[in-house]
Design a protein around this ligand. Sequence first.
Ligand code: ZN
Length: 564
Amino acid sequence: MMKGPEFAADPPDMQRLSALYTGWRAAAAGDSEQEALDAVRDWDAERRRVQTWMSLCTLRFRQDTTNADNKAALEHCDELSPAFRELEVDLQRALIASPSRAAIERAFGGQAFALWSANVAGFDPAIQDDLRAESKLVNEYVELLAGARIPFDGQELNLSEMQARRTVASRSARHAADKAYWGWFGDNAKALDDGFDALVGVRTRMARSVGEPDYVSLGYLNRSRIGYDRADVERFRGEVLKEVVPLAVELRKRQAAALDLPPDGLMAWDEAVHDPAGNPAPAGDHDWMMDRASAMFEALHPDLSAFFEMMRSRELLDLKARKGKAGGGFCTAFEEHGVPFVFANFNGTKGDVEVFTHECGHAFQGWSSRNVPLVDYFFPTYEGAEVHSMSLEFLTYPEMERFFSPAEEADRFRRLHLIESLLFLPYGCAVDDFQHRVYSASAASAASAAERRQMWLDVEATWLPWRQWGDLAHPAAGGRWQAQRHIYVYPFYYIDYVLAQTCALQFWAWSERDRAAALDAYVALCSRGGQQPFQELVRSAGLRSPFEQGCLAETVARARAALL
Ligand code: ZN
C-alpha cells in the first residue's frame, strides 16, 4: 500500500491520449452499445490517472510553494490542462449525442450527462490561453499569500500563525495582531488589486468566448449548478437576509455584552472572540489530536473508524503549518488509487478541530465513494460536497470532550461553533453577493479597484451591519474580501457553504433527537458520492432542500431556540 508522501505521477503523453480519445469518440458515435460502454469504462480509468496527476501537481506545490520543481510541475500541469479539457469536451459532446446514450445512462446514471453538458457549455477551444492565464494569476495570488512574513512580537509570522494571534483573549493584543495582519494586505494592495483586475478581465473574456452574457453564467456552469439557477440563489440569499441577519445582529449584541463592551462597541478585532476568557483551544498538539481523533471515530461509527485508521496508516494527512506551505485547508484525492488526502495548517486554536472534522468529512465521503462507476461521482458538486464536510463538524459534537478539557470547555466549543455557524450564513451571502456584483455584465469590464472596494462596503453594510473596522485602514476602505482566497482561487464557490450549512444544521438537529439514526443517514449519504444532483442527494438523506419554501426559517428557528 503506497503512503501519502510516495504518491507520484508522470505528466500524461498528450499524443497517446489524443489517439485514445479519437477511438473513444468513434465508439461513442458508432452503433455498438457494447463498444460505447467499454469506451466509457476505459476512459474512466484513464481520467483517474490524469486527475491524480493534476491533484498531485496542485498538492505538492501547496505543500511547499518555495520548491522550484513543484512550481515547474504545476506550471506544466496548467499548460496541459486546457488541451486535456478540449479532449474531454469533445468526447463528452459525442457521448451526449451518442446512439447508445440510453444504454450509457442505464449503466452509469443520468447525472453524468448533466455534468458533461455543463462542462461542454462552459468551454470553447478559443479560451485555452485564457485558462492558462487564469491559472497563472491564481498561482501568483496563492504564492503571494504563502510568502507573507509579518513582523510581530519580535518574530516573522505567516498568515496562518497570525490568524492564531488574532483570536487571543487580550483585546489589545488582538487589536495589534489585526493591525499587523491587515497592514500586510494594505502593503500589498497594489499586487492584490492588479491581480484581481486581471482575473476579472480574463474570466469575463472567457464568458464572452463561450457565448455567455457574463462570468456569472460561466461561473455557474463551471460550478456545475444543476437543478437551480441564479434566480433561485438570489431568492435564497433574500431568505438569509430576512431570517438570519436580524438573529446575527442579536448574537453580536450579546457577544458585546459578554465581552463587557457597550451594545455598539464590538469592533472587527472582537468578532472572533465570544468570551473574556478567550476561545477554547484543543488541549494538546498535533500528535495528541490524532490519537484523540482515532478514539473519536471509533466511538462514532465503524466505517468512520476504518476510514481514519486507513488515512493515518497511509499518511494521507498533512496538517502541520510550515514555512512556505500554502494557507488554508482542503481535501483532494488520488482517484486512480481511490484515496483522499487532507491538507491543513494547524495553529493551536479551536479552528484546528473545525478544519480537521470538516476536511475529514470530505475525505470520508471520497473514500466511501471510491468505487462509484464514474470518476465524475467521486465527489459531488460543491454544494453537495460541503454537506458532508460541514455535517461532520456537527455530528462529532458529542465527542468534543476528547479535544477540550475540562468538560465545560467542550460545552463552550459546541455553543460557539453553533453561533459561528449561524453568523457564517450572512458572511457567505456577502461573498456571493459581492461576486455577483463584480462579474455582472455592466461592472466586469469597467469597475476600478476603488469601485470594487465600494461594492464590498455596500455588501458589508447589507449582510454584516454590525461591522466596525476602526483604525484598520485597509478593510475600513473596503479591502476585507482580498483575504478571502475563494474569491481569487475558486470563483462563485461560496454560496455552496451557505446552502450546505442549511443542510448540516438539519443533521445537527436530527442528531440531537437521534444520534445513531443521523449518523447512519450521514454514512449512507457519503457512500452515494455525486451520483445525483444536490437537491436529490439532500432529499435522499431525509433532509429538506434549502431552496424549499420555509426550510431555512425552520432550520434557523431550531438553532435560535438552542442559543437564546
Ligand atoms: Zn469544504
